[in-house]
Design a protein around this ligand. Sequence first.
Ligand code: HXC
Length: 280
Amino acid sequence: MGVESEFKGKSYIVTGAGSGLGRDLALNLCNLGASVYSIGRREEQLRETQNLNENTKKSFNYTVCDIRDYHEVDLYLNGIMENNIIDGLINNAAGNFIARTQDLSINAFKSVIDIVLLGSINVMLNIGKSWIKQGKKGSIVNILTTYADTGSAYVVPSAAAKGGMRAITRSLAVEWGHKGIRVNGVAPGPFKTEGAWNNLMPSEDVETFMAGRNPMGRLGTVKDMVNAILFLLGDNASFINGEIITVDGGEWLEGAGEFNQIRQMGDDIWEMMKTRRKKE
Ligand code: HXC
């Protein structure tokens, strides 16, 4: 099935489409003939997404609300779910920053967990309940991260929240799979968006270091992410459920494999080892 025929005439909810990855997802879906509904905190940014081109002007809809506010989210989504046939949800909205854990207040923890974990639950719960009541099939894609699995120093609130989302992804895939609702996730390594970059990259040196240690020799792009997310969202992935696709160029495996770091070893040492082996 071609990508265009897959999304044309369908409707999706994408949280946080006022910037970064969410904006690109909304743009791509609108360009492929779908309608997009979004929730975000900043009206100006959402309006910018709406004004990106003729397709977004026609098919991108939004409301300003904080994903952490269950009542606001419920009010907006009830209206959408009652008046439209919604085919899928991309749980994209996130909050994160780099900090030493001993420097964090409880409110710092709470602000990230409330956005990433509770905010996503607010949205998923409303949409899932509506789909089940309507007897409607649906597809959910949660944006996770590779450190949802491994954990990571200096982003502990985010690791805790994304780890929770990973568990929810696999749990609901089974519970709601029986209702025709697929739940999958995408786990990016570092990739460049405005929001993530301002909050997560302390300097260009860190960026260069992270690109250098990636097996592919680069950071991820938004296009890399959009491709994987749209694949999982659409009917081409109709038998994929509870799966988390890692989109990191092999970065986390590079860090995990016992001997991976010896790629730094020069040819002279490899030759010396060969010579020694032949002698033995
Ligand atoms: C320590 C910090 C901090 C920092 C905020 N806080 N930034 N503490 N170091 N760098 C503390 C504040 O002091 C405050 O605690 C509490 O956190 C809440 O801060 P506010 O600014 O009042 O919160 P709020 O306006 O709600 O903003 C939430 C936010 C912010 C998460 C802090 O960064 C945000 O809105 N981010 C949205 C965009 C974003 O982060 N996108 C990146 C997603 S990338 P006190 O105690 O002082 O009240 C992502 C990566 C995935 O998720 C993986 C990719 C590899």
